[in-house]
Design a protein around this ligand. Structure first.
Ligand SMILES: NC(=O)c1ccc[n+]([C@@H]2O[C@H](COP(=O)([O-])OP(=O)(O)OC[C@H]3O[C@@H](n4cnc5c(N)ncnc54)[C@H](OP(=O)(O)O)[C@@H]3O)[C@@H](O)[C@H]2O)c1
Length: 508
């Protein structure tokens, strides 16, 4: 592991949900695992007025998400809390950044961190440009004599191609590209990184990973919950922006990119960019035929009434925001010519699951007459979450007379690895940034390239009133029309059944 320099991690949005739920617990786990440098401090910033002790109580002592291990003593807990500080900062008050600068300089002196800072933007996206500008104005983005400065920026990175470009341009006025870390927590997942190893460290998979052997590929990310308290945010986002533009396209790139020359940040990110550039642009006709959008509707799951999206708090009762999207796309390159990729994501599905399914082609000749070949074709399921692991389905002779074939499983589960510790995605990504390794962060050009893929869909949905929005009952796998998409005698993989049988499917 690369050495981690002493530094200060400044979190903007310190009073918010992400800090409480993900960031502080991730830093705590790094602390418990001994990864943090001896000279290290966290400075939380947001508008709310807290003293250092108030903030420590909120994010450490009273934080239900911070899972204190049995082995963590009270002294250790206190040692962790004592490294955490708070400084009120309102992004619209320039003077607050002067106070921040003074506070940082004082902490830098007392913790001997030599002017090395990570700034984490976990605020509303509307101030993603303001904070770097203020940091720049007060000389806080300037690097000299080993005093590096890095900026982590949360999603969403823009909400269209033009806004992503504008944000990139603005950030580059204050920082260099190699100082900017655009976080996509899907890339921090152990199982996503293992995809690279599965593909490029196994001679049995890579030779098959192309148009000659792969029939089609499915990528599913389903959530069983609805929009919960985030209806207001979701109304302006929708499934395409919230999930596809970032997480699912990043996952697709890891599944489909060419082997990088080396496992370096530059080579891997170059290959991902090439992959995004080879995705066939969606024409208006493609969007009408190959992209399905839907919205969950009220239903009864296990006897309990569940609200429809339009009844959720903060949602317009006539909303046209999609909570489900499924699409068929093609990658126009040598490896994948003619292989359809099916991508779907939705809220209020029957279960929470993210998986990649590689469907291999049938054998060229069906030797065992009478067997249903479709049900014996090889399938490789890479389970990103939950039940992290890899499942290979292959045909086996049913014992007894004749040659009847049925499909059986070869299943690897991470939890079977003795003493395997699977770090949370934020833990891994924070550690990488502390080490100055941007491999698992999105580069500016690829953020723009993924927006270029989804932008025409957003445009068409806005302009073409004839493109349908399908209602699906909460607790089901989404609009029935998505099955037509995959067609060809195949179907999506359904890891479990619909939770409701009699809900209404309709056009909205
Ligand atoms: N929560 C998640 O699971 C999640 C997942 C992925 C990405 N994200 C992204 O992460 C970011 C933060 O999400 P969140 O859920 O933590 O949001 P949140 O709970 O609403 O927190 C926003 C934070 O920003 C601070 N803030 C707001 N306006 C400010 C201003 N003008 N100046 C300084 N601070 C300001 C707020 O504190 P004060 O009101 O005290 O100023 C608060 O600490 C968002 O961009 C979100 O899209 C969140």
């Amino acid at each position: 592991m690369k050495k981690i320099d002493s530094h200060i991690l400044v979190i903007f949005g310190a009073s918010g949900d992400l800090t409480q739920r993900k960031l502080i617990p991730a830093i705590f786990n790094l602390f418990c695992r001994g990864f943090l440098p001896r000279h290290f401090a966290v400075l939380g910033c947001s508008r709310t007025s807290f003293s250092d002790d108030d903030f420590r109580n909120k994010v450490v002592y009273n934080n239900e998400h911070l899972k204190q291990k049995k082995t963590t003593s009270e002294e250790e807990m206190k040692r962790f809390a004592d490294q955490i500080y708070y400084q009120p900062v309102d992004s619209s008050v320039s003077n607050d950044f002067e106070k921040l600068k003074n506070r940082l300089e004082a902490l830098d002196g007392s913790w001997s961190t030599r002017g090395r800072y990570i700034f984490y933007l976990s605020t509303p996206p509307s101030i993603y440009e303001v904070i770097p500008e203020q940091l720049y104005k007060y000389g806080l983005t300037k690097e000299n004599d080993g005093s590096w400065k890095r900026l982590i920026i949360e999603k969403p990175f823009g909400n269209s191609l033009s806004s992503a470009k504008a944000l990139n341009l603005e950030l580059l006025r204050y920082l260099k590209e190699d100082q900017i870390y655009r976080i996509d927590h899907y890339l921090g997942k152990e199982t996503v990184q293992n995809l690279l190893v599965t593909r490029f460290a196994n001679s049995i998979f890579e030779p098959l990973w192309n148009r000659n052997y792969v029939h089609h590929v499915e990528i599913t990310s389903a959530e069983d919950v609805g929009v919960e308290k985030r209806g207001g945010y979701y109304e302006h986002s929708g499934a395409l922006r919230d999930m596809v533009q970032n997480h699912l396209l990043q996952l697709l790139a890891v599944v489909a990119m060419e082997p990088p020359v080396q496992a370096s940040a530059k080579d891997i990110r170059n290959e991902k960019l090439k992959l995004f550039q080879s995705i066939r642009p969606f024409s208006h006709e493609d969007i009408r035929e190959n992209v399905i959008r839907g919205q969950y509707m009220a239903s009864k799951i296990k006897g309990k009434e569940v609200k429809g999206y339009r009844e959720e708090h903060g949602v317009n009762p006539d909303s046209r925001t999609e909570t489900y999207v499924a699409m068929k796309l093609f990658i126009d390159n040598w490896r994948w010519a003619g292989v359809p990729f099916y991508v779907r994501t939705g809220k209020r599905m029957p279960t929470k699951v993210t998986e990649v399914v590689i469907h291999f082609k049938s054998t060229p000749h069906h030797l065992f007459a009478g067997s249903n070949q479709m049900h014996t074709d090889n399938i490789l399921v890479i389970r990103i979450q939950p039940n992290e692991g890899i499942l290979l389905k292959f045909g086996m002779k049913v014992p007894g007379e004749g040659f009847n074939v049925s499909r059986v499983n070869m299943d690897f589960l991470y939890e079977d690895l003795a003493n395997a510790y699977i770090p949370d995605a934020y833990e891994r990504l924070l550690l990488d940034c502390m080490q100055g390794d941007p491999t698992l962060y999105a580069r500016g050009d690829s953020a723009e390239a993924t927006w270029a893929i989804v932008d025409p869909i957003l445009e068409a949905w806005k302009e073409d009133k004839e493109i349908k929005m399908y209602g699906y009952p909460a607790g089901t796998w989404g609009p029935e029309n998505a099955d037509i998409l995959i067609g060809e005698g195949k179907s999506w993989r359904y890891p479990c059944k619909n939770l409701v049988d009699d809900g209404l499917y309709c056009e909205l």
